[in-house]
Structure formats: C-alpha cells, structure tokens
Design a protein around this ligand. Sequence first.
Ligand code: AMP
Length: 510
Amino acid sequence: MSFQDLGLRPEIARALEEIEYREPTPIQSKAIPLLLEGNDVMACAQTGTGKTAAFALPILHRLLEGEKNHLRALILVPTRELAIQVAKNINAYAAHAGITTTCAYGGVPIEPQEMMLRHGVDILVATPGRLIDHMWRGNIDYRHTEVLVLDEADRMLDMGFIKDVLEIVREIPTDRQSMLFSATLGPDITRLSKQLLKEPVRIEVAPPASTVDKVEQFIIRVNRDEKAGVLEDLIRQHDMRRSIVFTKTKVGASRLASHLRRRGIQAEAIHSNRSQEERVRTLEAFRGGTIHVLVATDIAARGIDVDEITHVVNYDVPYAAEDYVHRIGRTARAGRTGMAIMLVTKEEMRGVRSIERLIGFSLPEEGGELVPLSAGERGSEPSRRSASRRSGGGRRERGGAGRRGASRGGRSGGGDRHSRQDEGVAAGASFGESRATGETRNGAAPGGPKKRRRRKPRSGGPGEPARGARTQRDQETRNDRPNPSDRDRNGKKEKRSIVQTLLGKLGFGD
Ligand code: AMP
C-alpha cells in the first residue's frame, strides 16, 4: 500500500517519496485513514514506529485547504529535543505543501520564537511551559486552531505537565480534532483522554508497551563495582560505534562518560545540566560518528532521533518499567534490528521483574531467548523457571571482584531514592522545559493577538522543577524523615538494653 492509497494529497506523497518513505508503517496505515475522516484518535505507539508521520501527514493534508499563516494545528511534546525533531520531520513532509511549522521550547531566549509566532505560522510544535509563557505574552491566537496533538502523553504526565496541558487545552476551540499518542495507555492517560478527546478511536500497533520485537535483549548480572568494567568490555567486544548507555542520574551519566573517555572510548554525556548548545553539538557529533557512545538519562534521551543505533545498554535498571520500553525503542528504529543489554545488580532484580511483567517476556541471560510469560506470570512474580535460569551462573566475573564488592558498592534503597530525586528535578526543571525563566510576563504588544490575563506566579518560581517532580521529591523527602514514634520506640529499647546490661554486669540480670 502506498501513501497515496491512504488518501493523502499528491503534494505530500511526493515529499515522502523524496525522503524515501516507501510504504506506511503499521501505525500510519491505521491512523491516517481515521484521521483523514476527522476522527479523534488515541494511539498507543512507541517512538520508532513512525508515529510522527501518523499524525503529521493528516494535519498537512487538512491544512492544504484553507487560509495560511494562522495557527491551525498545535502539537504538544514533552521535551525540546522532541519538539525540534517533530518540526524537522513535518518540514520535510511539507516540502511541497507551502505550510509553515515552527517550534517553541524553553531554555533558549524567547524573543526569536516570539518573532516567528507573530509573523504567522500554520503548525506549532511546543513544550507546555514555554507555550504558556508565549500565551502570557500574547503571542498565541487560538481562534483558528482546529487540530490538537498530544505527543508522548505518558511522558508529559510523568514530567508533571498535566496542569499546563489542561490550561492550554482550555483555550483551544472545542470543535477541533484531537489526537493523543502515548507509548503506554495507563489509567492516567485514559483519564486525560476523556478530558481532551471526543469519542476517540483507539489504536494500538502492538500490545500496550510491548517491546520492539526486533531488539535482541538480554541481561548480565554484575556487582555494582563491576559495571563500568563490564560496560567497557561490552563496548569493545561488540564494537559499539553508535550506542546509547542509560544511567539513572545526570551525575552518573557525566561520571560514566568521563570514565569511558579516560579508557579511550569516544563517549559524551547528554542530560539536562548541559546547555542546549552542548547537547546539540553532542548529538551532531554522535550522528556524524565522532562520538561512539552517548551516555544519557531517560529524560534526555526522549526525542533523540538518530538512525542506526546498534546497541542500547541499560547501565542502570530504570525506575519505571515503561522507561525500559522507551530506552530500547532507541534501537531497531524503522524496521532495523538492534541489541539491548541490561547490567543488573542483585538489588536491581526487582526492577527487572517489573519490566518483564510489563513487556510480557522473561528477559534472558546473554545467549538466551526471550520467553513469553504465561498469563499467570504476567500478573504475579515471574516464574521459578526464569528465576532459576537467571541464577544459573550468568554473572560476569571481572577482575576477581566478588559479592563483597557488590555489598560495599551496592545500592541501597536510600541510594536509589537520591538518584531518583536527581532525575526528578531533571525531568521537570531544566530539560523538558526551562520553567519560568525569569522573563517578564508582559501582556500582548499593541496590536498583537488576544491579550492574556496575568496569572499568579507559579509556585515553582524561577529554576524550580515542575510541579509533578517537586511533589514527588517532597514525598521522597518526607519518606526520608524518621518517624518520631519509631524513634521513641527505638530509643527506649536502646536505653532498656543498656540498663539491662549494667544490671547483668552487677549480677542482677536474668
Ligand atoms: P518516529 O516514530 O516518528 O520517531 O519515526 C521513527 C523513524 O522512522 C524516523 O527516523 C522516521 O523518519 C522514520 N519513518 C517514519 N515513517 C517511515 C516510513 N513510512 N518509511 C520509512 N521510514 C519512516
């Protein structure tokens, strides 16, 4: 089936031919006809499935008719990298359509974006926080907006953008066409879809959160202090020339990249503490092949669209099982094959089990094959079979480091909590968005579009993380505090035992 068979206009089909999209991917063949008919759509599609074209092509088809230079389609995305990527793709699809697309994201000066918006644009790809900044400045006129897309909606919720999204959506005319794309369709997404979509048609190109079946996946059991060495061995053994290594934290990513560089491997970190320029430069070098290993956090990796990534290494098991799906979706894009390796300490096995339940497979040791879980296993702990297979000597020993090393360097629950905090801040604060960048929130310039009312300053304030991330962090801080009643109890116990000891020494003990 060709793109023209799906009913797309020849201008669009021509551009697709030029970029060598020969036939639609499954999500495209399912979504495009439904969207051309004007339906609202809720789609479960991971990155790498071709979801961008699935929503962008029907938008372009629709916008070919009607007035130009009005904001007619809004695409909300969680991160600036994804915004850039989506806008770049749409511009390629629109090569013969005369439709303009621009993007708006935080962390860069607002004025150039402001000029573009005021000049007039047909499609805007934006991250929620920066879009609200533009709304406050009176740069956005939604009167002609007829299409709304929420891309990577699950990540948007994870990053705490829900209030911003709802605030934006309230301003968009209700007689619009809406689409929601998400890698997972959990209860939160379903709730959001009810607020946003009208009688949506639900599409899934694979079971929810299923992993890309072209990816060869396995785990390697290691001690914590062996991880860097094992990774280095793997990079050399597999001759990884275009690979992404995932860490849980920004600090961890930077340290690991420096370590690899010291060992003579071309590695660079990408995360929210690095400036936009540094990140763009790093990505270009990675695309160009001068950097072989990109060490990234989960948030940073969203929106990285680099073809032919051969290996994904999960240096740390992700906090959320869904992140595993996103991570391995970086390889085997657009029908290619790839390999995903996860380095797992004893303490991280719980995380592996959650992933297995989510993807419906038991992850093998090196050399093994993915084994589907039975229905019972999906809902409970993984099978004894897979557990015993795991314990069967798959651990890589390196340089004589043994279990002692693992317990010394092993991560406790507390260590994990701090790491999570680090990434939580990254999620909301500086990567996805530069929230409340300290810009003056003026009203519209004279003659500009609809003036926005001034809003109460955000609770976050300049440089603060997103609300969701902060809530989570607050919760974790609360969890860290000792429970006073426990402390009393322990304290009394301690005193009693000292007194008993003394009595014992004096010969009055029992
Ligand atoms: P996405 O899931 O939208 O991020 O797309 C993943 C990759 O697949 C991107 O590099 C796209 O350019 C590419 N792609 C999307 N649709 C097609 C297609 N029909 N044929 C070939 N490549 C495609």
